[in-house]
Design a protein around this ligand. Structure first.
Ligand code: PLP
Length: 417
């Protein structure tokens, strides 16, 4: 039998504490200007004990202790100088919705305790599927899982024996083939990193993976060039959201002929991780192939995940806030920024452009200088690095609508000296 003191101690921290949450938000707001220059990526020793502390220090002390190393040292993805990875800044409405999700802790596996979470996932999948000519699907934590799910369905529904993709495809394709025990083959890509579809060979027993926005250069494999595959999967982890833009949707024309499509919402839909989706042309048949029942489950468990939370909540909050037009506006702006960056680089004699950007990913480098050394010398900005065919390039992904391409180029020129 618990005494009152034990019961009280056990209850502590579970109620909504508005002042406590405000304290957390204040810490977040106060850290805004700090950490402008991202860390060098080296592992830092955290100022915490090596062993699990016997006694806790309480919520505010814990958050206060974490605020320094976590908030201040973090790269500011929305900083004007940040033109680097595929990770975007996230809108505050998505933070709020993610907090609600953490509080409710609903499990998509249990409709009885999460009556709204499942319809919300269905809703957002129904909103987005038509842009890709798909009829449904489900949310997953990332496109690595989306790609694995697609190829699992391809194997079990169509008897696919082999996975074929371009040499520039994301590593998750090779990984999925390995997990699924499928043969794996790559075909060469051209100088713009697009798959050479003429080299596909016999694909009658293969799942062909076409990438809409390669990880290194944002290249678009020619969708029209693939015919006769047993399964066609489009990895649109990065480029997928272009379908929501009236001016850029055509870049992915042909995607509607695919059997499945992966899209990462935590890239160009500006979502907090982990948020992505796998969509299918015939989602009923696809889901049937990867569904498992269990005595304690009132609905089948579909796909790779077991328990999972409602990543639909921040996504729906964002899409309701912005509408399709609002998403398109931000993506169009990012595409214009990439164009501005491309033109500026092309006009600078000290800089070399790899190629014209296709989906907002720009590869560039200083002429006659080491890319890494220049990157390490940047003072006001941050770009990523990408080794392509033995050469190291600076890589700028236009995922940050607040970025200032000219300032980034100025900083690089200054670093070159
Ligand atoms: C083309 C492509 N496919 C798949 C992935 C994997 O996606 P995620 O990191 O969401 O698992 C990435 C990640 O950058 C990607 O660029």
């Amino acid at each position: 039998m618990l005494n009152d003191h034990q019961s009280e101690a056990a209850r502590q921290g579970f109620d909504v504490d508005v002042d406590g949450l405000r304290f957390a938000v204040d810490l977040l707001a106060a850290s805004r200007g700090a950490g402008r220059r991202p860390s060098d990526g080296s592992l830092k020793a955290l100022p915490f004990p090596d062993l699990l502390p016997e006694d806790g220090i309480g919520e505010r002390a814990a958050l206060g202790a974490l605020a320094g190393p976590i908030l201040s040292d973090a790269a500011r993805l929305g900083d004007p100088g940040f033109l680097a990875h595929m990770d975007p800044p996230t809108p505050w409405v998505s933070w709020a919705a993610a907090m609600w999700g953490a509080r409710l802790n609903q499990n998509l596996l249990h409709p009885d305790t999460s009556p709204a979470a499942r319809p919300l996932e269905r809703l957002v999948v129904d909103w987005l599927s038509p842009f890709f000519g798909m009829d449904g699907g489900h949310l997953v934590p990332g496109s690595s899982v989306a790609n694995l799910t697609a190829l699992w369905v391809a194997r079990d529904l169509r008897g696919v024996r082999e996975v074929v993709c371009s040499e520039m495809a994301h590593l998750s394709i090779r990984k999925a083939a390995k997990i699924l025990g499928l043969d794996f083959r790559t075909v060469p890509a051209d100088e713009l990193h697009r798959m050479d579809t003429a080299a596909l060979g016999d694909i009658s027993r293969s799942a062909v993976v076409v990438t809409a926005g390669t990880v290194a250069a944002g290249a678009l494999d020619p969708l029209a060039g693939v015919a006769g595959a047993r399964w066609l999967h489009v990895d649109a982890a990065w480029g997928g959201p272009l379908r929501l833009s009236a001016s850029h949707s055509h870049l992915l024309d042909g995607v509607e002929t695919a059997d499945s499509v992966s899209v990462s919402a935590h890239k160009w839909l500006f979502q907090p991780k982990e948020s992505a989706m796998i969509l299918f042309r015939d989602s009923a048949a696809a889901h049937e192939a990867v569904s498992f029942g269990g005595g304690y489950l009132s609905v089948p468990n579909v796909g790779v995940l077991g328990s999972h939370g409602s990543s639909a909540l921040p996504l729906v909050a964002t899409l309701l806030t912005w509408g399709r037009r609002g998403v398109a506006q931000r993506i169009d702006h990012c595409m214009s920024m990439a164009q501005e960056l491309t033109e500026r680089i092309a006009a600078e004699p000290g800089l070399e452009l790899h190629s014209r950007h296709q989906t907002g990913v720009v590869l560039w480098r200083p002429r006659g200088a080491d890319s890494r050394a220049i990157r390490d010398r940047l003072r006001r900005s941050f770009v990523s690095l990408s080794e392509v065919r033995g050469t190291l390039w600076l890589r700028s992904v236009a995922a940050n609508p607040m970025a200032s391409p000219n300032d980034v180029v100025d900083d690089v020129l200054e670093a070159i000296g």
